[in-house]
Structures are given as C-alpha cells and as structure tokens.
Ligand binder design. Structure first.
Ligand code: SAJ
Length: 479
C-alpha cells in the first residue's frame, strides 16, 4: 500500500532522536536551539554553508554566542545552555545529515528583484540539494521557509528525489511547517504561535507533528496537507496586508471628508460581541518588512501556477494585489502631503530640505527591509527635494546616508516627515524643532499618528497627518 512503506520505515527507525536544521539565520537558530533545549532529542546540528559570512557565524554559535543582531529575549541564554550541555552544535559538513532522523530547512526566499516580484529560490534549492545528497530511507525533511504554494510537492520534492534516488512519501517523509517568527520575538513566537504542519501524505504529517510537539508549549499543531500549509502561510500575511490596506484607504477617505480616521477607528473597533469583530488595524506611511510585501505574490503565483478553473469577477484585479497597490501608495501620499504642506508655507519641494524621521520598517527596530521610507526618499529626490535621514537604530542602508544625530538632520529642515513611530520621536519639543528649522512655518507630516497635532500647530508648524482630515487644513499660527 502506498505510504505503507513509509510508515514501516518510520516504525523501524523508531522515535526521532537526532535533528538537523539547515540555515543558521533568524528562523533556523531559534528553531534549532529550541529543539535542543526541549530535552526530547539526543543531538541537534545546525548546518551553515562555509562562506565568508557563514564561517564566523559557525564559530560564534559553537562558542554559544548569538550571531544575530537586535534584542532577542531568551535566545542567548538558551543557546549558551545547549552548546554547554552538548546537545547543539553548528557545522558546515553537510555529510553529517546522513546520520540524522529529521532535517528542517530554514533558508530565506527573498525577492530576486522587488520590481518583478519573483522569489529567489536559489539558496533554498541549493540547501535542498545538500540535504538530498545525504538523504536516507526513513528520514523526515521539513521546509520552514515561506514558499509559493506548490513548492514542497513540486520543485522541492523533485530536487530531493533526484539527489537521493529515493521517493518522497514512500522512502522518506516530506512536509511544510511554515515559520511564524517575527524579529524581536523569535523564541516567544515559536513557543506561542500554533504550528501549521502540512505533510505530503498522512505519515509525513504525523512524523512532523512528532518532531514539533516537544517545542510546542501551550500551543498546538494544526495538521493539514503540505499545499494547504503553503497557502495558509502566504494567505495569513496577505490577509494582514489587506487589513492594513483597508484602513489606509479609510484614512484617505477621512482626509478627503475632513474627519479624524482615529475617531472613526475607535468607533468601528467599539463594535464587539459574540462572533462580531472588525479587526481594524492602523493606517500608516506604508508597509515594509520581509513578509507582507512579498507573501501576497507567493499566494497569487500559487493560483496562477496551480489554479485550475479560477472563477472570479471578469476583468477584476485581485483584491490582495490591489491591497498591495494601496499600501505601496502610502509613501507617495506622504510626498503629496509634504508638497501640500510646503505650498501652505509658500514653498515647493524642489530645493526644500526634508528631514525623514525613521528608516526602519517597524517601530523601535533596526530592520529596514523593504522600508516605505526608501520609496519616499526616491520620490523626494526625483522632485528635486533634499532629503536628510535619521534613525536611532538603523546605521546603514545601500545608497542612503543615515545620521545618528537628530539635530543635525533637523537643522535647516523646511519639512519633517515621520515614517517610523520610534519612541524617541514622541517626546520631541516642537518649539525646539522650529528653532532648528530656521523657518517661520516649518512643515511636519506625521505618517504614524505619533505626534500631537495641536502641539505642532500651536508652535507655528504647518501640520499634515495621514488620516487627519480634522487637522490637515488647520489655521496657521504665529508669524
Ligand atoms: N503596519 C501598518 N499598520 C498596522 C500594522 C503594521 O501600517 O496596523 C505596517 C508596519 O509599519 C510595517 C508593516 O506593516 O511597516 C509590517 O508590520 P507587521 O506588524 O506586520 O510586522 P512584520 O512584517 O514583521 O509581520 C510579521 C508577520 N509574521 C510572520 O510572517 C511570521 C505577520 O504575519 C505577523 O502578523 C506580524 O509579524 C505580527 O503581528 O507579529
């Protein structure tokens, strides 16, 4: 019976005792050390390519030192413990995979080129080739990377079978268990979020549930097919992007109608009760990060490549793609608000100095992947503006100088555009900022509703805020 052979091989192999994690990044490292710290496995190996960047990472990990940047609660302590007690070590010798019961693959799938929205699977596929070369009967392979629906049962399976000569679902188990981690909460997310587990077949699903159960604390395994797991992962982010786009569009409507979107938001959010939810999120200057800007297109590609007869309103664009368009419009809206603010102060964008506060895509973070600030910065440059960038956490970004000294960036600024709600910006003194600007009526554009409009208006600023239809045409104070 198909699948019966695999069940027998797994039975003969017995419980999973040794685990490998391929890809020592912000997904693989926490996954590996939590497997090691669970007490359920005799040994956990982290696999990292022997490259100029990989080598120091391997050395650091084997010293029990966390090579990841940023604040990651618990991670360093767990890593030190599992290295010290010998249950975890890192290696670049992929042949050691041959001695393991299970291997997970956590290699990033970034955009090859953002403009064409195609993923770069080359690193992931190289990792899978390395696994395939050392695959043995009865082993389990799990993809944790976010992939286009159809990848696990398609190209990933093909690579593993070609390299090993074995057959997925009969000689080895294969599954997708998408990571749901967020930088800054890596350990907490793995412990708290339920785990979607999708096997190519029921025996693969069961074996993967066995692998993750020891690291699931109060949370649960949610079994399904590999394809359903791939769709779940991409759709859960597409839905978040859609929710943000909905409130961004509402914010634009509120500006046009002269109301405060945050009053409307509070009103909508007050509608509660059994089975009632509006889950209204927050409007802002745009959507960045490693997940939301790309996962919608993974899902859409899945429909295109796998979809049979898709029944959908004739000639209508995908709602999720439109949501991406709305969210990517927000930095452009910030530029329009800047232009309108400067016009009220008798200025134009060309030749105006604009202080951009915040380059990270998320508050109090140093992560700048796909940051909306970059789109705004480019628009300013195109219009002849003179941008100056500040961020308290982000130190470098290709082609952009990011100052650490806030006053240096604010000095002589005709306009200030707040893109990231870093805590440091909430306590700025409008009078001090006005003095630094040297303008009679400097402009402030608040992309995250992070500043008090009246404090800036009373200090003589021209204020503009996303969704602040109640304030965006305020009387200008002072001479
Ligand atoms: N954003 C808004 N309005 C909101 C929420 C976010 O404009 O109401 C913007 C943020 O400023 C940021 C972008 O969207 O630029 C993404 O923010 P995010 O909070 O979604 O953070 P991410 O990108 O790190 O999302 C991750 C995702 N987790 C995984 O992919 C495993 C997402 O599924 C989670 O919902 C999110 O973390 C979370 O809530 O922790």
């Amino acid at each position: 019976m198909k699948g019966g052979r695999l069940a027998r091989l797994l039975e003969e192999r017995g419980p999973i005792r040794t685990v490998g994690v391929v890809g020592m990044g912000y997904v693989g490292i926490p996954a590996a050390i939590l497997f090691a710290d669970s007490g359920a496995f005799a040994a956990v190996l982290g696999f990292q390519r022997d490259s100029p960047t990989g080598r120091p990472k391997i050395a650091a990990l084997n010293r029990g030192e966390n090579p990841l940047g940023g604040e990651e609660p618990d991670l360093a302590e767990i890593l030190a413990r599992v290295v010290k007690n010998g249950t975890f070590r890192c290696t670049s010798d992929f042949s050691e995979i041959g001695g393991l019961d299970a291997v997970t693959v956590a290699i990033q799938t970034p955009f090859a080129r953002p403009e064409d929205l195609l993923p770069d699977f080359s690193s992931l596929f190289e990792g899978l080739r390395s696994v395939g070369r050392h695959l043995t009967p009865g082993m389990l392979v799990v993809l944790e990377s976010t992939v286009t629906p159809g990848t696990t049962g398609g190209p990933a399976r093909q690579i593993l079978e070609e390299e090993s000569g074995l057959t997925a679902g009969e000689d080895f188990a294969l599954a997708h268990a998408p990571e749901r981690v967020m930088v800054g909460r890596l350990i907490r997310n793995i412990r708290e979020h339920d785990r979607v587990i999708g096997g190519l077949d029921p025996a693969s699903t069961r074996r993967t549930v066995e692998l993750y159960t020891p690291v699931l604390a109060a949370n649960r395994a949610i079994p399904m097919s590999a394809l359903a797991a791939e769709v779940t992962k991409t759709a859960e982010n597409a839905f978040r992007d859609l929710q943000i786009a909905a409130v961004n569009q509402l914010a634009l409507y509120c500006e046009a109608m002269g109301v405060n979107v945050y009053d409307v938001r509070a009103g909508i959010a007050s509608l509660k009760g059994e089975g009632i939810t509006r889950a209204i999120l927050y409007p802002g200057a745009g959507v960045g990060g490693h997940c939301l800007p790309k996962d919608t297109f993974h899902m859409e590609r899945g429909v295109t490549t796998l979809g049979g007869e898709l029944d959908f309103p004739e000639g209508s664009e995908s709602l999720f793609v439109l949501a991406r368009r709305i969210n990517d419009f927000m930095p452009r809206h910030m530029a329009t608000l800047t232009e309108q603010g400067l016009a009220r102060a008798g200025k134009v964008l060309r030749g105006s100095r604009v202080a951009i506060l915040g380059w990270a895509f998320l508050r109090n973070s140093d992560d700048a992947r796909n940051t909306p600030s970059a789109m705004y910065h480019a628009l300013l440059r195109e219009a002849g503006g003179i941008p100056a960038v500040h961020d308290p956490y982000v130190r470098e970004y290709p082609g952009v100088e990011i100052a650490e000294d806030l006053e240096e960036v604010l000095r002589g600024a005709d306009a200030i555009a707040l893109f990231t709600a870093h805590s440091a910006y909430a306590s700025l003194d409008p009078h001090r900022l006005k003095a630094l600007s040297g303008s009679v009526h400097p402009v402030v554009v608040d992309g995250r509703n992070h500043l008090d409009p009246d404090a800036y208006i009373d200090a003589g600023f021209v204020y503009k805020g996303i969704g602040r239809g109640d304030k965006n045409s305020h009387p200008i104070r002072g001479g």
